[in-house]
Design a protein. Structure first.
Length: 252
């Protein structure tokens, strides 16, 4: 019914770690193009969508479109000790459509059998968002700025200055403040586009969870509008991408 063998499972493990920080379970949709995933976290603060295309697999055999609702932590644990040299396959047998078999061939052969849960696919409407400021920076640079901010406050302000074409990440408390400024000439910056000066506040806790996707792509594209949701795109290629939409925090 389904037999998928990864070329290398490493990046998929990183994706699961990122998802696990937001969700306990979710539905992976497997079709002729690859694996799709789209969900909101229980608080409805964050939306995440990803695509892991069939080009990332050594073998990609599927008879029909499949909906695999899985406990994300159980899947993480099954893959936890895999090495880059291991051959990892996801198998659903026609004789038992309620189990996902994870076959790992390395120094030994291991098989984990995980339950495919009953769940209705979450209907998520397409978001029509407009952005006035966009910055593409190195993922590690983004992570470093969020880590710096996390020691100061529980929120971060993203802002774009149109006149100077500057993107800033700032955080402040009664005693301390931090500001990271980026221009097109800054090391770690790929590009900055500013149509209008804008700023918005976001939760540090959720940004730290989003930053776990850093290994999906070497860069992240950050897009905002005034006091509006932000979008974070981690795109390695057309066959491997992940993005988040994060709701803003109201200004006190």
């Amino acid at each position: 019914m389904m037999n998928l063998e990864f070329i290398s499972v490493g990046t998929f493990k990183e994706i699961l770690d990122a998802l696990h920080s937001l969700l306990s379970e979710g539905t992976f949709v497997v079709d002729e193009d690859g694996i799709h995933f789209k969900a909101t976290d229980p608080t409805m603060v964050t939306l995440v969508e990803l695509f892991y295309g069939k080009e990332n697999f050594e073998k990609y055999d599927i008879q029909n479109k499949m909906y695999l609702t899985l406990n994300i932590d159980l899947l993480r644990q099954a893959l936890k000790k895999t090495k880059s040299s291991d051959k990892v396959s996801f198998i659903v047998e026609s004789s038992n459509l309620n189990r996902l078999n994870v076959l790992i061939k390395g120094k030994s052969e291991k098989r984990f059998s995980l339950p495919i849960l009953e769940s209705e696919l979450q209907e998520i409407p397409e978001l029509n968002l407009e952005f006035k400021g966009t910055a593409e920076i190195l993922s590690n640079t983004f992570v470093e700025a969020i880590e710096d901010a996390s020691g100061i406050s529980d929120e971060v302000i993203f802002s774009f200055d149109k006149e100077n074409e500057v993107f800033s990440i700032t955080s402040e408390s009664e005693l301390t403040s931090m500001e990271a400024k980026f221009t097109k000439e800054s090391e770690g910056v790929v590009d900055i586009e500013v149509d209008e000066s804008v700023k918005a506040r976001y939760s540090v806790d959720y940004l730290k969870k989003i930053s776990k996707a850093r290994k999906v792509s070497p860069t992240v594209r950050i897009s905002i509008n005034q006091d509006a949701p932000a979008r974070f795109d981690f795109k390695d290629s057309d066959d491997l991408w992940m993005y988040y939409v994060l709701a803003p925090r109201a200004e006190e």
